[in-house]
Design a protein around this ligand. Sequence first.
Ligand SMILES: C[S@@+](CC[C@H](N)C(=O)[O-])C[C@H]1O[C@@H](n2cnc3c(N)ncnc32)[C@H](O)[C@@H]1O
Length: 280
Amino acid sequence: MNISKTALAISLKFNALRKQQHIQHLIPYEIHQYYESVIFWHSNSRLFSPIKNLFINTLLRFDEMLLPGDLHHIIFRKLSVYTLTKAYLKHNPDGQIVVLGSGFDHLAWIFANQHPCFELDVLPVIRQKQAMIKQERERLYFIEWDANNDRLIETLNSCKHYNSQLPTLFITEGLIDYLDRNVIRNLAASIKTLNPKNEWLSTHFDREELAFNHRISFELGVRLAGEKLTKNVDTTEFAKLCSSKSFHIKHKIYSNDRVISKANGQPMSHMKGCSVLHLN
Ligand SMILES: C[S@@+](CC[C@H](N)C(=O)[O-])C[C@H]1O[C@@H](n2cnc3c(N)ncnc32)[C@H](O)[C@@H]1O
């Protein structure tokens, strides 16, 4: 199994976006700090830098052409998940977070300076992530986990730092698209079994709402990256699957609700059908 190219692409895109002048001020300092402390590229030579910038800018331009609204969606979901997680931990000062399918995201690294944070992903991603982080965090724990083969309860309980009695927020950002219905149902049941008070933040993408050509771009892009999406579970079906395991939507944010301006002051294009759900 290789590292997730979609996870890497999201981080590279977000890292480039956060540095753009009109976006920089929207991003909290600690998020900038994470990206400054991660090694994405092993060469920082003067010759390499323009090539790297050209590559990233071309990637962003292509991305916006093939899937308009994708860049807005990345900023929207990163900021929403960060804000909701921060609010949860403020209300639960003794709380912890578990990020499932964490990829190369910043969230756990940021909050691990005060709270136990667990990043679960498949082994190649975990290994790569550990190698990328220059500045270690004492309360950041990496755990190998494959949603299709490993039981979440046993995986977490086998980590001596995980305490199921603490208030816990589970986070699935960009993961649900890769899981089939049974796995999602089992995940919901496991999170509740670990502790009925556990809460869950999850990002969603109703692919039916995309224009036909944009949907093809998205699905083909993931396939070219060597990854396999499952048949789309839309937000309504997801809520139904979770309610069968006693999870209910507490809060829902749509990406359309957040306007982000481009460098020329015009609003960035939105992508329909993207939301962040908070369940308890
Ligand atoms: C689209 S990426 C999202 C990464 C990150 N959460 C973010 O939003 O930046 C999907 C992530 O889910 C992970 N993933 C996919 N299938 C998985 C599975 N069966 N078990 C565990 N992780 C999985 C991938 O390795 C990848 O890191």
